[in-house]
Design a binder for this molecule. Structure first.
Ligand SMILES: Cc1cc2nc3c(=O)[nH]c(=O)nc-3n(C[C@H](O)[C@H](O)[C@H](O)COP(=O)(O)OP(=O)(O)OC[C@H]3O[C@@H](n4cnc5c(N)ncnc54)[C@H](O)[C@@H]3O)c2cc1C
Length: 379
């Protein structure tokens, strides 16, 4: 779509992670061409498991990739909350929303279906081996410079630059945004090939929690253990119930991720014709399993804003106005989950008793506003 404020330069997306690839596909659905510049020379299948609630799935459906993602994904109906020491079931939280359900996937599978769609889309050009080095905002748009892994440099002029370059966003750094905050927590991740169990389970323990689920139909399981930062060694399993301790001891240790967060008050604003999406704008703790989901929502809402607002500054404003309150509400929920999941002893005993008294309906009702969001059709 070309409007009075637009020209035929493709939009520029920095980063080909979940947010960047989804943005390119959403822009294409809205009629815009884009160039995606990614620092890596190859998009390797990195990461581990992701839970995707119906709000995220609705975006993937609009992007045309949900059916292929489902082929390999694990479909869940509930999340079982358990006591970390005893494995006792505390509550089952229903997580489905309408017909869209709830999936657990490998991040690599999500990236693959997005990448395949990008590669066959004539409106999208993916350029690998380009690392953003400079951003110059101009009245008519943005000039971005990239260092190429081959050694040369490349300059691109565009009407809109979308920074989708993750928690360590170079785009945000070049715009003088404060760096991410070290939240004092670390996530240890494991994969398990033949562990039994066919549901999403979360174990709550004083000051730490663990989550495990099948992330492929083949049975490959994800396990993540979140605790305060301490030594560098992998967890031993001590202090957890025997079943979970067995997962920890027999799983393949994928490493430790220090959990960093980004303050959206500093990042969710217009920097001339530059906007940030995904973790670059609002990296959050994984206590509500919504980081990738919010990246997908960002992509869709930004495309919808571009499709409905002829003026670029208004389009950016509409995107920010729509996303800020939603992100704030999600972050409030994340803080609440962090507080509840990591309560120390003996408050954790009171938490367990209170959870056991709550109905599944009440648990589901708490999350309706989150899971029932849907990507609206583009104008
Ligand atoms: C332990 C853990 C569990 C999680 N579980 C869930 C979950 O269950 N559900 C969920 O929805 N979310 C979950 N998340 C969050 C989710 O993984 C992230 O929010 C999401 O992957 C962010 O995507 P992104 O595209 O914004 O960033 P990234 O995936 O980090 O992508 C950024 C891209 O930009 C590229 N890049 C960086 N710098 C440059 C540069 N200078 N120039 C060009 N390219 C550049 C990078 O190479 C990368 O490809 C979890 C996170 C963690 C840590």
């Amino acid at each position: 779509m070309n409007t009075p404020d637009r020209d035929d330069r493709p939009l520029l997306i920095v980063g080909a992670g979940i947010a960047g690839l989804a943005s390119a596909l959403a822009f294409s659905k809205a009629g815009f061409r884009s160039v995606v510049c990614e620092r890596s020379d190859r998009l390797d299948p990195v990461g581990a498991g992701l839970q995707l609630s119906a709000n995220a799935l609705s975006v993937l459906d609009r992007l045309g990739v949900l059916a292929s993602l489902r082929e390999n994904a694990f479909a869940a109906r509930t999340v079982a909350l358990r006591d970390g020491a005893s494995d006792r079931l505390l509550a089952r939280v229903p997580v489905e929303s309408g017909a869209d359900g709830y999936l657990a996937v490998h991040r690599a599978d999500l990236q693959s279906v997005l990448l395949e769609a990008v590669q066959v889309d004539p409106r999208i050009e993916l350029r690998l081996g380009r690392s953003l080095k400079a951003v110059e905002t101009r009245p008519s748009g943005v000039r971005a410079s990239f260092a190429r892994s081959a050694g040369s440099s490349e300059t691109i002029d565009t009407l809109l630059l979308v920074g989708a370059d993750g928690v360590h966003s170079a785009t945000a750094g070049l715009l003088s945004c404060p760096p991410p905050t070290d939240g004092g927590l670390v996530a240890h991740r494991f994969s398990l090939n033949d562990a039994p169990g066919d549901e999403i389970e979360a174990w709550l323990s004083p000051r730490s929690h663990a989550v495990s689920y099948p992330m492929r139909r083949s049975g490959e399981r994800n396990l993540v253990l979140v605790e305060r930062q301490g030594g560098k060694q992998a967890p031993s399993g001590d202090g957890w119930n025997p079943r979970l301790a067995g997962f920890i001891r027999h799983g393949t240790y994928l490493g430790r991720w220090p959990l960093l967060t980004v303050n959206p008050d500093e990042r969710m604003r217009a920097f001339g014709r530059v906007v940030l999406v995904g973790d670059a704008a609002h990296a959050m703790f994984p206590f509500a399993a919504q980081g990738a989901a919010m990246a997908l929502e960002d992509a869709w809402v930004l495309a919808a804003s571009l499709a409905t607002q002829a003026d670029m500054d208004r389009a950016i404003g509409a995107y920010l106005d729509a996303r800020r309150p939603r992100i704030e509400r999600v972050l409030k929920r994340v803080r609440f989950h962090r507080f509840v999941y990591h309560l120390g002893w003996p408050a954790s005993l009171a938490r367990n008793a209170a959870m056991a008294l709550r109905s599944e309906r009440a648990m589901r009702g708490d999350l309706a506003w989150l899971y029932d969001w849907r990507a609206a059709p583009l104008a």
